[in-house]
Design a protein around this ligand. Structure first.
Ligand code: MN
Ligand code: MN
Length: 297
C-alpha cells in the first residue's frame, strides 16, 4: 500500500466516523427510511466523500441490502441496521451500526452481541490471527450471549472501487488457516436470536452494472450512462435513479436486469424471521501497523 492509498483510506474513514455520529443524532422512530437515506447520503457528500454503495437500512429480520424506493412509506422502527460506505478515489470505508428503536429497548443484548464480537475480533487482529481464529472469536462472543452468528454472511477484503475483493472473513470458526496480508478489510459480525442463516428475498432496490453493453431503449441507455459515469461497477439505488429519471427508472432497470447488464441485489433475510443485529468497521493493515479507519478512539 502506498502513502496516497493509505491517506485516502483514512480520509474516507474520517468521513465515515462523522457520518456515524450524525446518524446517531437523526435516527428516531418514525422517520421515513427514504428521508433517512437521503440525509445520510447528503451528509457523506457534504463532508467531501463519495458514496460507495446505497445506505442499507434493514429492519428486524432483514439482515442487509434494503434501500427504500422513492415512494416507500416504511418508517424507521424495530431493530434498524444502518450500513453505509464512503470512498475517496475508490478507497472505501465500510461501516455499520444497529439502533434499537423499540420503546422497551428489547434488543439491547442482541446489539451488544454483534458490537462485542466486532470489538473482540479487532482486538486479536494485532496478533496476526488466522481467518479461523477471527471467526472463532466472533462466534464465541456471540454464543456466550446466547445468540447465533449468521454464518452465511461475512466480512471481506476491500480494493479500489471494489467492495468485496475476494477474501472472506468468517463470522464463525470455519477452519481456514490463512492469515491476512497487508490490505484493507471489513469485519462485520451479525448476531440473531434465530437460526443464524440468511436467504435471498425480494429485490432490495440496489443495483450494480455487471456487463456494460449497448441497449436500444433510450431511457435505459441514459440511465446506464449516468450510473456508469457516477458509480462504474459500484452499487447504486433505484431511489436515486427515480429522482433523476422519474417513473421510467423502474422499468429501465428491469430491462437492464433482463438484458444481463445490471445485477439486482436481493434483500438478505434471516431464515427463521428473527431479529438480526450487525456491527462493522474497516481497517487497513500496512507493513507497519493496523489502523481501524472507521472507529472513533
Ligand atoms: Mn457494510
Ligand atoms: Mn461490508
Amino acid at each position: 500500500m502506498d502513502r496516497q492509498e493509505i491517506e485516502n483510506y483514512k480520509k474516507a474513514g474520517d468521513i465515515a466516523k462523522k457520518t456515524r455520529e450524525y446518524i446517531r443524532e437523526i435516527t428516531k422512530p418514525g422517520i421515513l427510511l427514504v428521508e433517512l437515506a437521503k440525509k445520510i447520503e447528503n451528509k457523506i457528500t457534504e463532508l467531501g466523500g463519495s458514496i460507495a454503495f446505497p445506505v442499507n437500512l434493514s429492519i428486524d429480520d432483514i439482515a442487509a441490502h434494503y434501500h427504500p424506493t422513492l415512494e416507500d412509506n416504511t418508517k424507521a422502527s424495530g431493530l434498524l441496521k444502518i450500513d453505509f460506505g464512503v470512498h475517496i478515489d475508490g478507497f472505501i470505508a465500510d461501516t455499520a451500526m444497529t439502533i434499537d428503536l423499540t420503546e422497551d429497548k428489547r434488543h439491547k443484548e442482541l446489539i451488544e452481541a454483534s458490537e462485542e464480537a466486532l470489538k473482540n475480533a479487532l482486538k486479536i487482529i494485532e496478533k496476526n490471527p488466522t481467518l479461523n481464529e477471527i471467526g472463532r472469536e466472533i462466534q464465541e462472543t456471540i454464543e456466550k450471549k446466547e445468540f447465533s452468528p449468521i454464518i452465511n454472511l461475512s466480512g471481506h477484503s476491500l480494493a479500489q472501487h471494489t467492495i468485496h475483493a475476494g477474501i472472506t472473513i468468517p463470522n464463525y470458526s470455519n477452519g481456514n488457516q490463512n492469515k491476512l496480508n497487508s490490505g484493507a478489510y471489513a469485519i462485520e459480525p451479525f448476531a440473531t436470536s434465530g437460526e443464524g442463516k440468511i436467504y435471498e428475498g425480494p429485490s432490495g432496490n440496489i443495483f450494480s452494472i455487471v456487463n456494460l453493453k449497448n441497449t436500444r431503449n433510450s431511457t435505459a441507455r441514459k440511465l446506464l450512462e449516468y450510473a456508469y459515469g457516477k458509480y462504474k461497477t459500484l452499487p447504486f439505488s433505484l431511489r436515486e435513479m427515480q429522482e433523476k429519471f422519474g417513473n421510467f427508472a423502474k422499468l429501465a432497470l428491469r430491462e437492464l436486469e433482463q438484458a444481463g447488464i445490471v445485477h439486482n441485489y436481493p434483500q438478505l433475510i434471516e431464515k427463521s424471521h428473527k431479529p438480526v443485529s450487525q456491527a462493522e468497521h474497516t481497517f487497513i493493515k500496512t507493513s507497519e501497523e493496523i489502523i481501524i479507519t472507521t472507529k472513533q478512539d
